[in-house]
Design a protein. Sequence first.
Length: 483
Amino acid sequence: RLQGNVQGAKQALSATGSAPVPLPFVQQTSHKLSGNSGLPDAEWEPLQEHIKAATGRSEIEEASRDFLKKFAQLSVEQIAEILRLMETKAASYPKDFYTELGSMLGHKLKSATSPQLALTMSSFLYWSHEGRQRFIDCSRDFLAVAAAEVPTRLMELAPHELNCCLAGVVSLGCSDHKFFVSVGKSAQARHKTFAPKELGSLLTILSEVRLVHVDLFTSAAQAIAPRVRELRPSEIMRCTRALSRCGVKNEAFCQAVGDDIVGRWSKSQPSHSGFRCEDLVEACWCFAVLEFYHHDLLQLMFQVVRESQKVTADALCQLYELHLSLEAEHKERYAPIRIEDKSVSALLEHYKENRRDCRRCSEKVRSDITAAVKGLLEGHVQANHRTSVGLLSDVAAMRKRSSTDGYVHIDIDGALSLIRPIDQDETAGPLVDGAVAFRRRILQKKGLRVATVRESDWKNLEDQKEKRRHLRSLLSALGDVLE
């Protein structure tokens, strides 16, 4: 039987397919095989040892032939166990083996029970990204079978089984909008049957691959809020991170999480609370992204940061962005606990050193847009411009070369700055990543004018004339910048 949910991270392709991003995996518990199912112990145990012991190319090829030869006799549980044993060497198995395995496994899924389906799909989460990619490249029909089979079981899969299937399909690179729409609808209809941990796992899986179902995320946050004490610190952080990435605001959730973190910290030794200094910083930063102010948590966080001997570089960057938002949006409430000016200057220098490029699109597209802006606006035009507050803009037009801020700033939305909604039609436009929207909000609060260009829209424009016309329409919305 499967138990548990998302417990850590494996690697999968990002939205651009060029770099790995963390993808949650589902932890399986060991399962006992009934004595009268599948391959008898006398043959089963040697097969396990053969798969585990295979190292060299010839040994792996021999083990793969042994696996395929006995496949028809294996139970689904035994197949899942073999897939798990292949994890460290998944990228080394022959391509023709994967082609045949994918076909045989696809047929097996159709007759599997829902728990067996979940068990099989979660087995792929133990593989390396390279191993999964090699398997899918050789047996793409298997992913199509899995993506078609899971939706037919949505109302019978237990919550943790649904998470297993979703994570497994996602890890194999599924991007079928209809599949995710069906999963989102089912989970929204059944969200009250999910435990807080299972809801958190579901939100994490979707957010890590930049998908959001707004009603589901909102309902999940509302359901988790009164039961937040049931979650471990790492699970609380994952839920909070998922909501902030997708920009789904929920005051009840934020208030409950803030109160819970402060309560756990005050009721035990700090080292026993389960939250690190960096977790406190990130929680406050996530709240700022979601436009929620929790004074007690902020006060605790600043105290812990001052007392900490070492804080990670990313946490210090988040702390600086948090300071900027508090200054811009909660100046009076922030004043009593405000960071000292000397520390702010140090954080700014650290931020400049560790955040050197804001690009979330291709360099070619940014260069192309920069050139087009030069043909439309007067003054000095610069790519990857550092504003006076330290935040970066993809392109900026300045009155003078020596200016610190431009009179126009342009951000380019690529795959890494967008979230795809799965509660709308496939033609509906994407949403902006919460962190990206947060930084733009800070710039606008500081009085800077910001326009956004979507990389996909830009690539669809055929010639320079169309591109200039598109830019002109975007810039005209900012006021008199074209005069």
